[in-house]
Ligand binder design. Structure first.
Ligand SMILES: Cc1ncc(COP(=O)(O)O)c(C=O)c1O
Length: 453
């Protein structure tokens, strides 16, 4: 048996949060964590953290966890990495926003242009949602067209157009066959619906048909390289190459949203990893190891409308000295490792350990992802490649088994996001010992999950 998790302080603080913050959290993406609920099953989780150090988080009740949530992706070097902390601490004594440029911005962008294949110029913002908003405005200005083509279940931020077809608050609508074009939230402008086309991912026929039919109206085609929301799903062979070709032929800007894959799969993100070069791409999470920053990268051609003042983009905190300092320190530290081998290998060791443990316990399931991030699906399918397949997973025994697995891991001090759309992230701070303890915990948790019929 894993330990009984004492979360008394967290529960008390959560009661206050529920009084003071609508829904008890400032980000809807954290709701399953703060509510301790997973797909209708209770999975008690620490809602309040005290600190993070390297590969570990410590909650306010004093429990310690090996952390695979990584703040939903940013902690690529591990929490409170000394090189980043030192650089930001030094900058703190010199101010943070000046309404003027800094040399740090230039040094940082020089590195982004060096590593990101599609980047000739870069605009800095603070969050992924801002970055994807900027990308669509640039695309509309550049192409003179209005519509955006996106993919079922892909998440690109919480703003109106990006939430069409994400279905976060309307769980089950795909499975119930109510169509792919659903509002992801109440309160969205209905007019947005007309501008957004949503089709299933990894479906070349749907892509070809849609671009043939509506290509003349589509400004931007936005996708992730690995679909990473609703779990990690690789692109089918040739699918993104086809997307590259069709968008080019139809004068549509091809956007790879690298908010998750950027600086996680390598310094050049998914595009360097795959050799598929988009027209525009967006970065955020792992770029500054926990500080708020985002980047939009593209060619000088596409950025021309900003250079000539036709497109207006602004932000009080864009390129601020603290975030750019953190990003520069993060990228410099990542450069010093010489390669990403360590997180690919260590991530794959955990993946293999969990996959073996599933097999040993006779539990059907798939562990998939490139290594620096992955997902565990409890399913009879051999692989998961579309959001619809995630929705089709039955509540019993599979979802219930995953709830027991997540719960068993958390009680054994291994923290992961208990969500069907969650991922596990590994950092450069995770050690061989962390891997061993995680696989051991997975073996034991799966013995408990096996009892669910
Ligand atoms: C692929 C992708 N794009 C954009 C966003 C939005 O980023 P942010 O939460 O920083 O606004 C996210 C957030 O998870 C994401 O995963």
């Amino acid at each position: 048996m894993g330990r009984r998790l004492i979360l008394d302080k967290s529960k008390k603080a959560m009661a206050k949060a529920n009084e003071l913050i609508p829904g008890g959290t400032n980000s809807g993406a954290r709701a399953s964590i703060t509510r301790g609920m997973y797909e209708g099953f209770s999975v008690p989780m620490p809602a309040f953290m005290d600190r993070g150090e390297g590969s570990h988080l410590f909650d306010i009740d004093g429990n310690r966890y090996i952390d695979y949530i990584a703040g939903f992706g940013p902690a690529i070097l591990g929490h409170s990495h000394p090189a980043v902390t030192r650089a930001v601490a030094a900058q703190l004594t010199r101010g943070s926003v000046y309404a003027a440029n800094t040399e740090t911005e230039i040094k940082l962008i020089e590195k982004l242009v060096k590593y990101i294949p599609s980047a000739e110029q870069v605009i800095l913002a603070n969050t992924g949602s801002e970055a994807t908003t900027i990308a669509l405005r640039l695309a509309r200005a550049f192409t003179g067209k209005q519509k955006v083509l996106k993919f079922e279940g892909h998440y690109h931020g919480w703003h109106d157009w990006a939430m069409v077809g994400t279905a976060f608050s309307v769980l089950g609508t795909f499975a119930k066959g109510q169509g792919q074009k659903v509002f992801g939230s109440a309160g969205m402008a209905e007019s947005t619906f007309d501008d957004v086309i949503v089709i299933p991912w990894n479906d070349p026929e749907a892509l070809e048909k849609t671009i043939k039919r509506e290509g003349d109206d589509i400004a931007l085609c936005i996708t992730e390289g690995y679909q990473s929301n609703w779990g990690v799903m690789p692109p089918e062979k040739g699918y993104l190459e086809l997307m590259r070709k069709l968008t080019k032929q139809n004068e549509i800007l091809f956007h790879i949203d690298e908010v998750i894959t950027g600086f996680r799969l390598g310094l050049g993100g998914f595009q360097a990893h795959s050799g598929i070069t988009p027209d525009i791409s967006t970065f955020s999470k792992a770029m500054a190891n926990g500080f708020p920053i985002a980047a939009v990268a593209s060619s000088k051609d596409v950025m021309e409308s900003v250079t000539t003042d036709q497109v207006y983009i602004a932000g009080t905190f864009n390129g601020n000295a603290l975030s750019t300092t953190a990003a520069l320190a993060t990228v410099t530290e990542l450069e010093s490792y010489g390669s990403y081998k360590q997180i690919y290998n260590r991530g794959r060791e955990v993946m293999k350990g969990i996959a073996d443990a599933l097999a040993d316990n006779g539990i059907p399931g798939v562990v998939q992802g490139p290594g620096p991030m992955w997902s565990v699906y409890f399913t009879d399918l051999e692989k998961i490649s579309k959001t619809r397949e995630v929705y089709s997973i039955p509540q019993y025994p599979h979802i219930k088994r995953s709830a027991v697995f997540f719960d068993g891991l958390i009680r054994r001090g291994v923290l992961l996001s208990p969500a069907r759309y969650g991922r596990m992230y590994i950092s450069f701070a995770h050690t061989e010992e962390d891997v061993r303890l995680t696989v051991e915990a997975a073996q034991e948790a799966l013995k408990e999950a096996k009892r669910i019929k």
